[in-house]
Design a protein around this ligand. Sequence first.
Ligand SMILES: Nc1ncnc2c1ncn2[C@@H]1O[C@H](COP(=O)(O)OP(=O)(O)OP(=O)(O)O)[C@@H](O)[C@H]1O
Ligand SMILES: [Mg+2]
Length: 278
Amino acid sequence: MIVITVKGYLRSSGMFIPLLGKWEQRKSGMEDCVVRMEGICKYFGEKVALEHASIELHEGEVLGLVGDNGAGKSTLLKILAGVFPKDSGDIFIKGRKVRINSPRQSRSLGIEMVYQDMSLCGSLNAWENIYLGRYHTHPLRRSLLPILDKRSMARKALQSLRNLGIDLTDINGPVRNLSGGQQQAVAICRCQLFRPGVILLDEPTASMGMAEREKVLDMILDLKDQGSSIIMVTHNLQELFQVADRALVVKEGRSIWCGPLEGMEPENLAQMMFVGRA
Ligand SMILES: Nc1ncnc2c1ncn2[C@@H]1O[C@H](COP(=O)(O)OP(=O)(O)OP(=O)(O)O)[C@@H](O)[C@H]1O
Ligand SMILES: [Mg+2]
């Protein structure tokens, strides 16, 4: 939104002509929204997963998505990631109404998701997982035949893992041998490599020890510093208050509260999650 200030008025032939001063671009609430989902409904047969759920993700924030088991958190993110089609409702990216019918379409809009189960291929190594489906190739000498550029992918993968504070001793070993935190770093690296504007993290620290959890939370804050807007599902209110700017509470498929966490007590949020009011 462009705002122009009026310095004064010039009177000419009985008319008042405004004298325009400085102009500036101001963000209105809507322009500030990177993602807006409105009235989203999703049914799995008879089962109601989402009923007129809505979400607003602001530019450069970490939005915590919380709610009881089965509340619809993963379903909401999967609709945004193009995994499930919605039954009704609208999705806007930077104010523009979009259709998301596949993960590819979601990616092309700058959205990447790390799934609850991380969806890594256990028998593949870290760089193979990071570049899976998007392998780098170079032409074989004196021919146009493309071959995998393994060395470059391994080097870049190692570097981006290091940037996230993870040092793998064996970049070529299968990821099933890595710890939970290291696997989560590989999954985050895979989505971060393509510099997405929006990152969706579904329980990124589930079943992790304290030290690994802290590392993953640091990674999330790094991603935010690098300019990504993030939605993070979590059951852990302590970590929510550590990294999130705002929270959205979902209950039985509906968005029941959304607001900043500053000045809020975890107990109030827990009450909203389980009782439905503060
Ligand atoms: N593929 C599916 N087929 C059938 N029902 C599903 C499917 N995915 C989710 N559901 C149902 O939709 C509802 C919402 O599930 P969802 O996974 O979104 O919840 P959640 O808030 O992520 O829960 P959790 O905290 O346990 O991960 C649940 O009742 C679940 O059983
Ligand atoms: Mg879930």
